[in-house]
Write a protein of this length. Structure first.
Lengths: 177, 231
């Protein structure tokens, strides 16, 4: 078997290559924070979050990618343009597929991460399906909450909050995918 | 078969020589996950994503003349662990200009910007997994990791492969670069994997009177398993 090409950090200067339009560079980008067109049926939702380091400092140079397999939609956003260093995605609520609770896969990249980190975003208003989910159930109970985005109603739309902690007491669960 | 990330070639999260890892590396062990539809699928991009000059960084940033520096060809093949080509997959790259300066707003290195060089590009691999870029050889640049720290010449690459599990973000280096032995990002890779990140100079890719050729082959995790198979 051929050896896998090793990973290296995305570094601090990915913006004009991978998220150029978001950061105002003269280049386009393959994906952004809106995963679906206006005509996509389903419950319109927003997912908003921040990324924290081991001293609870906001990380302003992370890049977050989300993959929603039920509708084959991909999003990508850096945390460097929002005044509060948030990422946000707009999509429709994922469906439950092959017995799993609704979720999005998430990839976290940043300066200081030599290998990207995989996690998942589940939803707080899916308690019954979450309780049956094979992946959630493989996570120690006391850490499951780090994978569950909390539902809020903000200005008439549904917003889920999902903060990512790289280290510490609240450290987000990352998977060996 | 679910090929895992091979930690005998990938860097660890925590590599204290690279200072930014200290507060950003996950500290708890990763939790193994059985692959489901989410891990067996991923975004697919077609030719409609690729602009005519997207794979030619010597042209895609031109404002009023040619970019300065040494023109190079960077090309190679993307395969999976069984040696099968990864076809029609997206390759994105970004890099500093010949003087070692990124156009990124937070890059404060006192080296000149090149008004005719952007430093970003993308292409798709062909039906046999081959890709090719034209660009300018990036310069080395200083960084604040430790006193007199310089990054070796490098090009950043981002690939998806067949699903999100084969996602790879990496950096390509150049043969014989004396800075490699001091670079904690490169040295974060276990010794067994390091040479896989160094491109090879080759006359086969060198275009007469135009550009030097560097070959960089990429192996993505996986073995082209059927995407919807349920294990
Ligand atoms: Fe770089």
């Amino acid at each position: 078997m051929a050896l896998q090409t090793p990973s290296q950090t995305v570094g601090p200067y990915f913006a004009y290559g991978l998220t150029a339009a978001q950061y105002g560079y003269d280049f386009d980008q393959i994906a952004n924070d809106v995963l679906v067109g206006d005509d996509m049926p389903g419950d319109r939702i927003h997912i908003v979050g921040r990324v924290f380091d081991g001293e609870n400092n906001l990380i302003p140079d992370a890049m977050i990618e989300v993959w929603q397999s039920d509708i084959k939609a991909f999003g990508r956003m850096g945390t460097g343009t929002d005044p509060k260093n948030r990422f946000h995605f707009e999509t429709v609520k994922p469906q439950s597929l092959d017995g799993q609770a609704p979720h999005l896969a998430i990839i976290v990249l940043m300066r200081g991460l030599l290998v990207h980190a995989y996690s998942r975003i589940y939803f707080s208003d899916e308690a019954a399906t979450n309780a049956q989910d094979v992946v959630l159930n493989s996570v120690p109970q006391e850490r499951r909450h780090t994978l569950i985005a909390q539902r809020h109603q903000v200005n008439g739309h549904t917003e889920y909050h999902f903060d990512i902690y790289m280290q510490g007491e609240l450290e987000t669960v990352f998977f060996d995918v | 078969m679910e090929n895992k990330r091979d930690w005998s070639v990938h860097p660890p999260y925590l590599h204290p020589g690279y200072k930014s890892t200290v507060l950003r590396a996950p500290s708890k062990p990763l939790i193994p996950i059985k692959h489901t539809l989410s891990e067996r699928t991923g975004p697919v991009y077609g030719l409609d994503t690729i602009g005519a000059l997207d794979n030619d960084l010597t042209k895609n940033g031109i404002k009023n003349g040619e970019p300065l520096g040494e023109r190079i060809v960077v090309a190679g093949r993307v395969i999976d662990e069984l040696g099968q080509p990864v076809r029609n997959t997206l390759v994105e790259i970004w890099q500093a200009n010949a003087a070692g300066r990124y156009i990124h707003k937070v890059d404060q290195h006192a080296a000149p910007l090149d008004p005719n060089f952007l430093g970003g590009g993308r292409c798709l691999t062909d039906n046999e997994g081959y890709y090719k870029f034209y660009t300018i050889k990036p310069g080395a640049y200083p960084w604040g990791n430790h006193p007199n720290a310089w990054r070796p010449n490098h090009i950043h690459l981002s690939l998806f492969g067949n699903n999100i599990s084969s996602r790879l973000v990496t950096q390509m280096y150049f043969p014989g670069d004396p800075l490699l032995q001091y670079d904690p990002i490169f040295l974060g890779v276990p010794p067994k994997g390091r040479e896989l990140l160094i491109s090879k100079f080759t006359l086969d890719l060198t275009e007469p009177s135009f550009a030097l050729g560097y070959e960089f082959n990429i192996v993505l995790r996986g073995n082209n398993e059927t995407p919807f198979e349920n294990k």
